[in-house]
Design a protein around this ligand. Structure first.
Ligand code: IVH
Length: 704
């Protein structure tokens, strides 16, 4: 009541101001609020009560609202809490900042260690020492030290390029400005900036008292504090750091002073960095799991938020050999904790039909805050899951969010179940086209049998086909696709390219909302896409499990559309070389292979492919230009026994140098690396006149 009254008086007063008076007032308020901020943040000695301070800010805001033209560059509303990303200079990391693969189960951890053994061709019982350290839920930084002095610090950004936060990071008291003792000519130190749970609670309490922004969690508070254009604000926030790795490194210490990650952590400490003292070495999977379990038990009592455990191979020589897959190292993994949970009401269950015809149940929830994010929907996976948990509309449910994955319903509060509720009946008809929806034996998913006659599938497939990362055809929204489909104008992706020929212009112009110009624009957009890179083409087909990364792998492996198509048709026979080659592609397992092969096995899909091929120019895959490696862009085949490295290591290395590794020899093969025991492939290479080298010669060629 008093509050409403107070603001009313203020508003009235503001309403009486002339523009000139308002400008003078804003100037005075900016200076006064700044003086109070300095007293509060810098000297920790507030000069006025919080209420008086709030009144000043409220008055400033009221005047700004009435006279937006008069908002000053140094307005208090601009200075505080405005993380203006465009205001930061960009910094390119000398060595990219990568992410980590995730492990969610004990089995994933076992697989991680097994993969390392296989890659390094170690015996099954070889000890793989790893470090286990808490994964801090903060935000990562990379700080460059030249001759031991901190010169530039950046956020992770997209991994290649981050934001310059040098001035801000220098305000963190734990951050060494100068490395103690001997330092290399250049080193990028990497770690995490975080805020303790206690400091976060205190910060939020003062923010709330001031009427300023409160943060959802310590991570957001740390990020908001670090990404301030005014580093004085950062200075006032209680930020801390942990250092854990390095990026670029040059100079006398390179590779000499530490052979293991543990030794490097000791070096970090000697230089003056805080290092997490819970980090320990584990020598087996059970030890890793025990360390993870213990960390989970201690999690709530730790002063900082963590979201899992990071395991990294301790030997740096092994780390170098293991290298990277896409954007994550093979030598490290994050073992994640289960996620945060919240309770809410499940209002209704919707059955969606995906472009592959799968019926997917989705829970519509009363929106609820889960770990700082508002959640209004959750996946229910499939009908068995609904039946097993007896999830009903109207139930109170516990949902959880784990990292970036879609929120899920984990539990039903049956004690809160409303009277008269009944079990959910999963439909056996497609909610879109009313065709039968059936479940194959051994399948968990029920699928609509309508195929391309089902609007959900056809429309969804065409929508995917024209989407940005696929054919990128502008001006064709979902509504248009639906309308074209239901009128029989475009029933599949290939028909997009024949629309104009089929008198599409007249037909479209008869439709509401289409004028000559918009029709011409659409046809132009379609014409522009008649030439398409192979990887985009593959992705656009919407084959199950074939996302952009897999599409790229396939394009990389087969090079041309014809080669890919012929191989996929031949791979129907699981005993064939084609099938073996497909599953030999790194990161393509039998499950993806099955889906790709199944796609080609369907006649209606092959028909559409033929129709598309007629209309399009599908460009061969172009390997990324990777410097001047002698095998960049070349097609290499390995055969026989390799001695120095395992087959998968050799393959990964060749790929990282820009080569394409093929499973069989053809006229297009540039180089065959033949070890002892090489048989038919070697003969073929000789017959075709393809260059053949020994493993030793190959290693000399690529420089080791
Ligand atoms: S090691 C190649 N250790 O988690 C990257 N990362 O999900 C090696 N993180 O980008 C990183 N605590 O920002 C490592 N103890 C820790 C970590 C940690 C948090 C972050 C890091 C990384 C992200 C990956």
């Amino acid at each position: 009541m008093t509050k409403a009254k107070a603001s009313k008086t203020k508003a009235d007063d503001v309403a009486d101001l002339t523009e000139k008076q308002a400008a003078a007032e804003l100037k005075r308020l900016a200076a006064e609020i700044k003086a109070h901020d300095d007293a509060y943040y810098q000297q920790d000695a507030p000069a006025v009560t919080d209420a008086a301070y709030d009144a000043l800010r409220a008055r400033n805001t009221a005047i700004e609202t009435r006279f937006p033209k008069l908002i000053r560059d140094d307005s208090p509303n601009r200075r505080v809490g405005a993380a203006v990303s465009s205001g930061f200079r960009k910094v390119t990391h000398a060595v990219p900042m990568l992410s980590l693969g995730n492990a969610f189960s004990d089995e994933d951890v076992t697989d991680f260690i097994d993969r390392i053994r296989r890659f390094l061709t170690l015996p099954d019982d070889a000890v793989v020492e790893v470090t286990a350290e808490p994964k801090i839920d903060g935000l990562s930084f990379s700080a460059r030290y030249e001759e031991g002095l901190l010169t530039v610090a950046a956020t992770r950004g997209d991994g290649a390029e981050g934001e310059d936060i040098t001035a801000n990071i220098k305000t963190i008291s734990a951050m060494p400005l100068k490395l103690k003792g001997k330092a290399p000519a250049l080193i990028e130190i990497r770690g995490e900036v975080y805020m303790t749970k206690g400091d976060f609670a205190k910060l939020n309490a003062t923010q709330a008292a001031k009427g300023a922004k409160v943060f959802a969690n310590p991570r957001n508070a740390a990020a908001g504090s670090l990404r301030q254009l005014d580093s004085k604000i950062t200075a006032s926030r209680p930020l801390k750091i942990f250092a854990y790795t390095w990026g670029a490194l040059e100079g006398p210490l390179e590779g000499k002073s530490w052979d293991t990650k543990m030794e490097f952590l000791e070096q970090l400490k000697a230089w003056g960095f805080p290092v997490n003292d819970r980090t320990k070495v584990c020598e087996s999977v059970p030890e890793m799991i025990a360390a993870y379990t213990k960390l989970g038990e201690d999690r709530a009592g730790l002063p900082y938020d963590i979201d899992g455990m990071v395991y990294a191979v301790n030997s740096l020589a092994w780390q170098r050999r293991l290298g990277f897959v896409s954007r994550a190292p093979r030598w490290a993994i994050a073992h994640k904790f289960s996620a945060e949970q919240a309770e809410t009401k499940l209002e209704r269950i919707e059955i969606q039909v995906g472009r592959t015809g799968a019926l997917t149940p989705v829970a519509h929830l009363t929106p609820v805050n889960v770990g700082g994010v508002m959640v209004g929907r959750a996946t229910l996976h499939n009908e068995d899951e609904i039946a097993r948990k007896d999830i009903r509309e109207g139930d109170t449910v516990i949902i959880q969010r784990a990292g970036d994955v879609i929120p899920q319903v984990v539990e039903v509060r049956t004690d809160k179940r409303p009277k008269g509720s009944h079990a959910f009946v999963f439909p056996d008809k497609c909610p879109v086209c009313k065709s039968q929806a059936v479940r194959e034996p051994d399948e968990v998913v029920r699928r609509c049998t309508g195929g391309l006659t089902c609007a959900a599938q056809a429309v969804e497939r065409i929508r995917h086909f024209v989407s940005r990362d696929a054919f990128d055809i502008e001006g064709l929204g979902e509504k248009h696709i639906e309308a074209f489909f239901s009128d029989g104008l475009v029933k599949n992706p290939a028909e997009l390219f024949t629309l104009q020929k089929r008198d599409g212009k007249t037909k479209l112009m008869e439709r509401e909302g289409w004028g000559e110009k918009s029709v011409d624009n659409l046809f132009l957009a379609i014409e522009h896409r008649r030439t398409v890179p192979l990887e985009r083409f593959i992705f656009a087909l919407g084959i199950r499990q074939v996302g952009q990364a897999t599409a790229r792998l396939l394009a990389h492996a087969y090079g041309t559309y014809d080669a890919w198509r012929d191989a996929m048709i031949a791979a129907k026979d699981e005993a064939s070389d084609a099938y073996r080659d497909l599953t030999n592609i790194e990161q393509i397992g039998p499950s993806v292979a099955t889906d790709v092969v199944a796609f080609f096995a369907e006649k209606h899909n092959r028909d559409i492919l033929t129709a598309l091929d007629k209309e399009l120019t599908i460009e061969p895959f172009v390997a990324p230009a990777l410097g001047d490696s002698p095998i960049a862009g070349k097609i290499v085949v390995f055969t026989g026994t390799l001695v120095a490295t395992s087959r998968s290591e050799a393959k990964a290395k060749a790929q990282s140098l820009g080569a394409k590794v093929a499973g069989s020899v053809s006229k297009k093969t540039d180089l065959v690396v033949a070890g002892p025991g090489a048989g038919s492939k070697l003969k073929e290479a000789e017959a075709l006149g393809v260059k053949v080298v020994t493993e030793e010669e190959y290693l000399a060629l690529i420089g080791g």
